[in-house]
Design a protein around this ligand. Sequence first.
Ligand SMILES: Cc1cc2nc3c(=O)[nH]c(=O)nc-3n(C[C@H](O)[C@H](O)[C@H](O)COP(=O)(O)OP(=O)(O)OC[C@H]3O[C@@H](n4cnc5c(N)ncnc54)[C@H](O)[C@@H]3O)c2cc1C
Length: 333
Amino acid sequence: MNNKIFPVCVIGGGSAGVMATLRTVLNNDECLLFPGTPKDKKRSRAFWVSKIENMPSHFTFKKGIEDPNKEVINWINQNPFSEKLIFKKNEGVEKISKNSDGVFEITSNKGDVYFSQFVILCTGVMDVQPEINGSIGPILPYANVQLADYCLRCDGHHSLGQNLTVFGNGDGAAWVGIMLKERYDCPTVTILTNGEAPKEFSEDVKKLVDLYDIKLNEDSIIDVIGDHRKHELIGYKTNRGEEIKSGFTFISLGMIIYNELAIQLGAELDARGFALTNSQGETSVKGLFVAGDLRANAKKQVYTAWDHAVDSADKINALLRSQKRQELLAQRQ
Ligand SMILES: Cc1cc2nc3c(=O)[nH]c(=O)nc-3n(C[C@H](O)[C@H](O)[C@H](O)COP(=O)(O)OP(=O)(O)OC[C@H]3O[C@@H](n4cnc5c(N)ncnc54)[C@H](O)[C@@H]3O)c2cc1C
């Protein structure tokens, strides 16, 4: 065990984690980065993002988060700030606690223990997938070519003029259908509860569902009709043999929130499990900052994750500089 106390530890190597790392090293603070194990990576949103179309200068990347993130780590490693980055490639964090000196004790998946004064936690979330015949396998090839999407701001525009289906039930899914119909003039909109009992719509939603002739289908979906290799989604087959037309699908089934480490530290969460923070990202646990999708009350977007990460790294740098300043002033007296 190395007893060195790092000033900053970043946990997570997606949008927020890499931006937190870049800002920390450019602030000339040493940064211990755990990007996660291959398993952490595969269950992260970053891994599944292909083309990003809602951000300037991102159109050329095939993997809109992973490719630029690799470029950032390579860039840091090729310039004088490289000595500020301790990159624990393919390592994740399994356990975290705070010791009696207020220092974070971080245990990696290899069982190694590290210490850090501040932590920026960026472990993100994952969208829940619809199961078709008991498996998420059938929908994934369509998600990979962006014919099935999860994020309105990222990919809602793919529904332009398409027959739309929305996986989900209740008001949330209905609002997605209403908004996409209004924005992109989808000729048909069908909500697929996929065998789940639908939740009763609120009065406002009922009126709009009626106005836009939004259909509700409660059958189980047993097959996807289309050919993802030709970038073609035609629709879905139900257990009652019906075919539902759909050129584009939106999935509105909620999120899995990777808040285990925040919970281990006793950080305050909202009712859904997102970490509550102040405007600079500090949680109810002193020194624990959260950036990216895991943070409550924020858009779940790359640019938001970047902004969070910069605010947190800058706040930590201000605290570290203040600490050094006080030490220097004390030495003078
Ligand atoms: C299909 C899809 C398309 C999207 N398209 C867009 C888009 O076009 N534009 C846009 O702005 N946003 C888009 N998003 C949203 C975007 O992906 C997220 O907002 C962004 O990735 C959030 O960054 P994050 O760092 O919080 O999480 P992520 O980028 O998901 O990163 C989480 C990281 O945490 C790591 N991790 C997890 N557990 C541990 C652990 N215990 N120890 C160490 N590391 C751990 C993982 O390895 C991963 O590196 C899309 C999302 C999806 C799913």
